[in-house]
Design a protein around this ligand. Sequence first.
Ligand code: OAD
Length: 248
Amino acid sequence: MEPEIETAAQKLRGAGAVVALTGAGISVESGIPPFRGKGGLWETIDPMEFAHIDRFLEDPGKVWEVLIKGMKETLDPARPNAGHLSLARLEAMGKLQTIITQNVDGLHQAAGSTDVIEFHGNFAWQRCTKCGWRVETARVDLSVLPPRCSCGGVLRPECVFYGEMIPSHHLVRSQSLSASCDLMMVIGTSAEVQPAATMPVIAKHNGATVIEINPESTQLTLHVSDIFIRGGAGEVLSAVVDRLEELL
Ligand code: OAD
């Protein structure tokens, strides 16, 4: 066993409040590509062109065609992987309090996690930009884009676009959990997007241990993370939770 796995399991055993911050990397093993790096969505699509709220409002048909329709096709068949399932196990063991996720795919909840802060919203629902009517994404007819409400308004996913604020209740609760946790697990995020990337910094400043799991190092690795475990989320989290189970 890698020494970092043993250290992480020992730290988890001793910690009181544990919070996880997850990013696109935890869903890679479910077939959802990340945004940055090799094979990342933003390599082929410019987020400022297609994921900014101003561009969506200017030309929603174009954004639906290039970005949102493809997201639906990718997310529809995706199922939780060993990473999501391990975090759900950690919650069931009474060890993990809350997951703050930047992902909009709903896979933590599908795996059984019950306290998930969807920092960037979720893709499961669409909302009319005119009257506010809501409908499940699965029930939206995509034969004509952009899809519209019966009032004529354009539908938009309940995700946070670039140029929009993080819902304040999510931001405030995430900051408060980060400031009060004993241990934060940072999994599969490049930590390049604010304000999510500040959460591990808040945790660290308040004395928490930060454990980072990622196949690549990030800007957190040297200065914020106490333990860096290089590897895919599924394999690493399964190993850490298996070991913790032996220790408890
Ligand atoms: P990124 O795409 O920026 O980063 C994904 C991270 O996952 C990288 O650090 C990879 O090295 C890592 N990774 C890849 N495969 C992995 C695996 N199998 N296990 C664990 N990690 C792996 O994704 P985020 O940091 O989540 O915002 O991006 C943050 C935000 O940027 C997203 O929420 C989205 C995007 O623009 C909005 O949509 C508002």
